[in-house]
Design a protein around this ligand. Structure first.
Ligand code: 13P
Length: 252
């Protein structure tokens, strides 16, 4: 991983309730201890972020949001601003997750705007990119990932990647139990790093690129040992404390 500190982030999606979130956060806090080699983050649903802040304060685990609005405040009923996430101590925010792209119509331009809004609020965006199965089968993986990155680069510049994380999440591997093989994932991670490297070698060498899609305790180590995989963005397995702790240990 060449000097990059691994990051393991849990995307809880729309799961849990107060009781289960509280139990999960407490178990993670005690399971991780005061220090960890890898950086660890959890992204609970908005309503449980204050609970995360309360439970994880002073621990080795940081927290973040799963989404934010592009505006900094105003008459946008139902939305949450980056500043509100910062106000609750969030470090990270996920932008461009494939579920938001596919189910809520978020296009590349909106994702690039959310990435900008995150950074403007002092949050580190975790920018998700990745192809669908049809796109992979028609050899479009690199084109799709390049297009998703280009829109962000055009709006925000390559320098913005000093304060961002990229997550490669092949859509066909999300929640399906079908993980990309370490070789498949590494190939796309290397492509992403090389693409950023054409604009700035130093920045591309420092940016963390996470893999996401059916990461489990049993496959994490092999994935994380690839040279361009700097950790993971974990869905389902981040809801089970023991499984998530095993993944964290794989990144250590
Ligand atoms: P799963 O780990 O459940 O496949 O989800 C991955 C994901 O979408 C993380 O953002």
């Amino acid at each position: 991983m060449s000097g990059r500190r691994p990051l393991v982030a849990g995307n809880w999606k729309m799961h849990g309730n107060r009781a289960s979130s509280s139990a999960l956060l407490s178990t993670l806090r005690s399971g991780v201890g005061a220090k960890a080699q890898a950086e660890i983050a959890v992204c609970p649903p908005y309503l449980y972020i204050p609970l995360a802040a309360e439970t994880l304060k002073g621990s080795a685990i940081v927290w973040g949001g799963q989404n934010l609005d592009v505006h900094s405040s105003g008459a946008y009923t139902g939305e949450i601003a980056g500043a509100m996430l910062r106000d609750h101590g969030c470090t990270y925010v996920i932008v461009g997750h494939s579920e938001r792209r596919a189910l809520y119509g978020e296009n590349d331009v909106l994702v690039a705007e959310k990435y900008a809004a995150a950074q403007a609020a002092g949050l580190i965006p975790i920018l998700c990119v990745g192809e669908t199965l049809t796109e992979r089968e028609s050899s479009q993986t690199e084109n799709v990932v390049a297009r998703q990155l280009d829109t962000v680069i055009e709006k925000n510049g390559i320098a913005s990647f000093t304060k961002a994380v990229v997550a490669y999440e092949p859509v066909w591997a999300i929640g399906t139990g079908k993980t990309a093989t370490p070789e498949q994932a590494q190939a796309v991670h290397a492509f992403i790093r090389a693409k950023l490297g054409k604009l700035d070698r130093n920045i591309s060498g420092g940016v963390r690129i996470l893999y996401g899609g059916s990461v489990k305790g049993s496959n994490a180590k092999e994935l994380f040992s690839q040279p361009d995989i700097d950790g993971g963005l974990i869905g389902g397995a981040s809801l089970q404390a023991e499984e998530f702790l095993t993944i964290i240990r794989a990144a250590d």
